[in-house]
Design a protein around this ligand. Structure first.
Ligand code: ZN
Ligand code: ZN
Length: 459
């Protein structure tokens, strides 16, 4: 009798495991080909013996780290169904030493590396603000960079010639959509070029709908809903407020609100939105009339580079694996955040291994990543006495704690308000009613605000 029960249980577990598939998110590699020569991305001069084989927090990624990130995706478990490559491949040179050729070459080298290590795995490339020269100035019409990248990524974007319209819209505006056939005929990938909404992009200043992307997105989502599809949305720059600071916005406010309204309207058909650019780990929840309808997950970067401002905190290199349920395509089951302990890896190459930093479910006690579950997980952050908020805060720098910048009561409220309010006026209202409002703005001083604004311009 018991043998039978155990056998049945084992069978159930096998069948539920067989439903568990996954994909990866790779972003903000910022590969510096001059790491061992001119160190163009390093904030300060670093002697060769201090550089580190796998990177240095003052600099962008050396080739070793870049290669290790792709190898991590190849060897952490079975091969994934697909990869979201969320942009920002070139480095941040301290002087303007880049050219369009150098930017293209960096992207071509990493494309080649992915094709070599992960042949036949479909990739959804997303343009980052650094994947263009001059930086941030991504245009709204056809140009040689979109054209060259479109040709380079042709097989990934048009799925072997089946989506010529996807290649066409990429070459015109840097955005595209196609069904993720590798998962199901009813799951769609939508890749946006949100760099068009960056306040640093002079090309799109004053435009109501840069590149016609809003109209296109509404059109794609309307048709998608009519056909009962589920959608993964992939962006580089996210709308909303980052890091709990109401003054740190990476998108023009009216563009952020318009994009948020679309995500809210179609949220029940959006499995999740995946963003990058912030080089830190967070998430934001979209509500429709009080109900959580979808989530935007922001993944931390591969580069450990800490930015160029006083008091900046480095981060460990990161790659992220999402689990989904093949039998319930609307559901993300969990994600697993991997990190490379940079100090250990540099001390001993044998320690250059990706390790699990946390999984969302384990960290916050959720059962899956349904919006209701993510919302409940967010509520646990409000109990400041529990470990959940401290963990959330530590994860934002991928476990790097030197120097450790404490997060006081108002800082905590700011983080939580940012998770649940993607529009600036809602965020401000949330802060107005925060229990720590009477506390002086010591945790987030004007100086910090200014420094974060500087960082926002550099990511
Ligand atoms: Zn970046
Ligand atoms: Zn970026």
């Amino acid at each position: 009798m018991w043998t039978l029960v155990i056998l049945l249980l084992a069978l159930c577990m096998t069948s539920s495991n067989s439903q568990r598939e996954y994909f990866w998110q790779l972003n903000d590699v910022h590969y510096d080909p001059t790491y061992w020569t001119n160190q163009e991305s390093c904030n300060i001069p670093i002697t060769p013996d201090q550089l580190g084989n796998y990177g240095n927090p003052e600099c962008d990624s050396p080739w070793n780290l870049t290669r290790e990130a792709i190898l991590g995706i190849a060897f952490e478990g079975r091969l994934p169904k697909f990869i979201i490559w969320s942009g920002d491949t070139p480095h941040h040179p301290i002087n303007d030493t880049l050219t369009q050729e150098k930017v293209f070459l960096a992207i071509r080298n990493i494309t080649g590396l992915i094709e070599e290590i992960l042949p036949d795995i479909p990739v959804f490339p997303v343009l980052g603000n650094h994947d263009y020269y001059p930086v941030d100035q991504l245009p709204v019409e056809e140009n040689s960079m979109y054209d060259e990248l479109g040709e380079l990524w042709k097989n990934w974007i048009d799925f072997g010639g089946n989506y010529s319209d996807a290649l066409q819209s990429f070459k015109k505006g840097g955005y595209y959509t196609r069904i993720i056939h590798e998962v199901s005929a009813s799951v769609r990938g939508i890749v946006l070029n949100t760099n068009l909404y960056s306040p640093n992009n002079k090309q799109t200043e004053g435009m109501e709908d840069p590149g016609g992307q809003f109209a296109w997105l509404e059109d794609v989502l309307t048709q998608s809903v009519a056909q009962n599809e589920m959608v993964h949305v992939m962006v580089h720059i996210s709308p909303g407020i980052h890091g709990g600071n109401p003054d740190w916005r990476m998108m023009r406010e009216e563009k952020s609100e318009r994009l948020n309204a679309i995500f809210r309207k179609y949220g029940r058909n959006i499995i999740a939105i995946y963003s990058a650019h912030a080089h830190s780990d967070t998430y934001q929840i979209y509500y429709d009339e009080g109900d959580p309808v979808t989530t935007m997950f922001t993944a931390p970067s591969v580069t450990p580079w800490k930015g160029r401002y006083d008091g900046a905190t480095p981060r460990n290199p990161a790659i992220r694996k999402y689990f989904f349920d093949q039998s319930n395509l609307k559901r993300l089951l969990d994600y697993e955040q991997f990190f490379l302990d940079l100090v250990k890896a540099n001390e001993n190459a044998d320690d250059a291994r990706w390790a699990q930093l946390y999984t969302f479910n384990q960290a916050y006690g959720s059962m899956n990543l349904d919006p209701e579950q993510v919302n409940a997980a967010k509520e646990t952050l409000r109990n400041f006495a529990s470990d959940n908020f401290h963990n959330y805060y530590d994860y934002s720098t991928v476990g790097w704690k030197d120097p450790y910048i404490p997060c006081g009561c108002l800082c905590k409220e700011q983080h939580i308000c940012a998770i649940e309010n993607v529009d600036v006026h809602d965020m401000n209202a949330c802060l107005e009613s925060a229990p720590c409002r009477a506390t002086p703005l010591s945790a987030m001083t004007t100086a910090t605000t200014l420094l974060l604004a500087v960082l926002a311009m550099m990511l």
